[in-house]
Design a protein around this ligand. Structure first.
Ligand code: EAX
Length: 326
């Protein structure tokens, strides 16, 4: 071994050592979600990242994986449980499959408006549900928001439940949503979100339902012609962490994550509110026929019987608590 070789080996060793020091200095935290990198969730990720990096003085850095790059919402929640993903922003759509107590949130026409929904989630009921999530090998960091869901399709204008009857509509993998659509004689087809665009494009389903933010930023308007502002269900979202990540954190670090998730939630809610009007205008400009004048009580009456799917299994205590919170 020559002196030069020894010197080179020494330098390479030093370089490796310094790489591992800086890798330790900033721990990368992955965030997965299904919507695009200009969506309401992505606005939330930006605020989460900024806050976490600031609070931790650069100890953590955040890496966003948008557009379902890490899978659909159900698959990502499974990823959290086994520790292959650190954090996820997801609608509560598939969450009931893991934490049945959260099904109550996805009942149609449960919340009257954004204020009531946000207030319930930020209060005692929201905290109780976060605790239930914590009992199921998941960590609930903060409630955030997807928004009131509206119906779109490629076949016809829908003003009444009768107009919707017979349509094949993609739903989330949520039995409360599926039950509600069955009451309207719609054919519900549960499907993970990353498959939706192609399913609409190929005509596998006639329509879907999502908040304005999702319809706009996931370009669903490209493959849909008619939109009805049914607002048939409020769709909460939640930022979840993997218990594997969580157990590796100190109490101080856990506090940073919760604060950062809350900052993300606030940014996301502000963006949902903004798009609720600005987004509808944009969708019209993109050529979607938007029916705004909907008699919601007709839809509410049609889906009412589906509530028994929930109460038969879980009783009505939580439902009453939410109703009494108005
Ligand atoms: O959370 O699956 C859905 O329709 C959701 O609204 C979407 O993934 C955003």
């Amino acid at each position: 071994r020559t002196a030069l070789n020894t010197a080179i080996a020494g330098l390479a060793g030093a370089a490796l050592a310094s790489t591992s020091v800086s890798a330790q200095a900033a721990q990368t935290v992955t965030v997965g979600h299904t919507t695009s990198d200009n969506s309401h969730y992505s606005v939330g990720v930006d605020a989460f990242k900024k806050t976490l990096e600031e609070l931790s003085g650069g100890e953590f850095t955040v890496e966003e994986h948008p557009s379902g790059a890490l899978g659909g919402e159900r698959a990502m929640i499974e990823g959290l449980q086994i520790g292959t993903i650190d954090t996820v922003i997801t609608s509560t759509g598939p969450l009931g499959n893991f934490v049945p107590e959260t099904y109550v949130l996805d009942l149609p026409f449960l919340f009257a408006d954004y204020d009531q929904a946000r207030c319930v989630l930020d209060g005692e009921i929201g905290q109780d549900l976060l605790d239930q999530i914590g009992n199921n090998n998941l960590v609930g960091l903060a409630w955030t928001e997807n928004g009131f869901r509206h119906l779109t399709n490629s076949k016809r204008d829908v003003k009444t439940p009768e107009d919707a009857a017979g349509l094949k509509i993609r739903t989330m993998e949520n039995q409360m949503h599926m039950a509600a659509f069955k009451e309207m004689d719609v054919h519900p087809t549960p499907m993970a979100f990353p498959e939706l665009f192609t399913a609409l494009q190929q005509g596998t389903v006639d329509g879907q339902e999502n908040p304005v933010s999702v319809i706009l930023t996931s370009n669903l308007w490209e493959v849909q012609d008619h939109m009805s502002l049914t607002g048939h269900v409020y769709s909460p979202a939640i930022m979840l962490a993997s218990p594997v990540l969580w157990d590796s954190l100190s109490d101080e670090e856990k506090g940073w994550f919760k604060q950062a998730a809350q900052a993300g939630a606030e940014a996301t809610r502000a963006e949902v509110s903004r798009l609720e009007t600005a987004g509808v205008k944009e969708l019209k400009e993109k050529g979607l026929t938007v029916i705004e004048d909907i008699d919601k009580s007709q839809f509410q009456d049609a889906v009412e019987p589906s509530y028994s799917v929930y109460t038969d299994q879980y009783g009505s205590e939580m439902l009453e608590r939410i109703r009494n919170s108005e």
